[in-house]
Design a protein around this ligand. Structure first.
Ligand SMILES: O=C(O)CCC(=O)C(=O)O
Ligand SMILES: [Fe+2]
Length: 209
């Protein structure tokens, strides 16, 4: 298929996983980029997470609402910034788009990841949450390869999906605890008018804690 000639189709790469290309209009993407920039001006900042083994993640992240550190959520009282209501609403709209209903989705945390030059994310499960609610993922900026794996281990079978700015990806149901990661970001692919160099990803989650 000639890339870019045909519209990218909505797909369900695994049971419970839905990819909606171009879900966010460009103006909304710009607003989200601006909001993510504001989130990082304090009291939060985008920081590389240090893993218990001493490794440092190449992605820089911040948490709105409940804060996550490897591998647990901190208490409610340690949240530095409230998860904005408009982001909760956007998460619900995302689930209505993906599944036809939001099922009373009540996210209490958003992890915002910034992928600068060379950043990527290894295969992992999002498993510190105690709620079975789906994870809603929004992508902004550079295109990446998102790898959706199986629930057993980091290896095959997996499906690679290109996530472009404005794409929605939801993983719930049987895919909720699937391993996933971002092996590649295509530097410099963000639209010039977006106001972002690099890639931002927002995941909304319900911790159930
Ligand atoms: O950047 C992405 O698309 C995925 C991020 C992710 O898996 C996470 O934050 O747990
Ligand atoms: Fe994840």
């Amino acid at each position: 298929m000639a890339e870019g000639l045909f519209p990218r189709e909505r797909s369900a790469p695994a049971p419970g996983a839905v990819h909606v290309p171009g879900w966010l209009p460009f103006a909304r993407q710009r607003e989200l980029v601006a909001a993510c920039r504001e989130f990082g001006r304090g009291p939060l900042s985008y920081e590389a997470t240090v893993l218990p083994g001493g490794g440092v993640m190449s992605v820089r992240s911040l948490c709105l609402g409940r804060r996550w550190e490897p591998y647990r959520y901190l208490g409610k009282e340690e949240s530095l910034v409230e998860l904005p209501g408009w982001l909760v609403d956007l998460g619900r709209d995302a689930l209505v788009e993906a599944y036809g209903e939001h099922g009373e989705f009540a996210p209490d945390t958003a992890l915002v990841n910034f992928y600068g030059d060379g950043a990527r994310m290894g295969m992992h499960q999002d498993r510190e949450e105690r709620s079975p609610a789906p994870v809603v993922s929004l992508s902004l900026g550079d295109t990446c390869v998102f790898r959706l794996g199986n629930t057993e281990d980091r290896g095959r079978p997996y499906t690679d999906v290109e996530l472009v700015s404005g794409d929605l990806f939801v993983f719930g149901g049987p895919s909720r605890f699937a391993y996933h990661g971002v092996p590649k970001v295509y530097a410099g692919t963000a639209a010039p008018g977006l106001g972002l160099r690099g890639r931002l990803n927002i995941t909304l989650r319900e911790t159930g804690l």
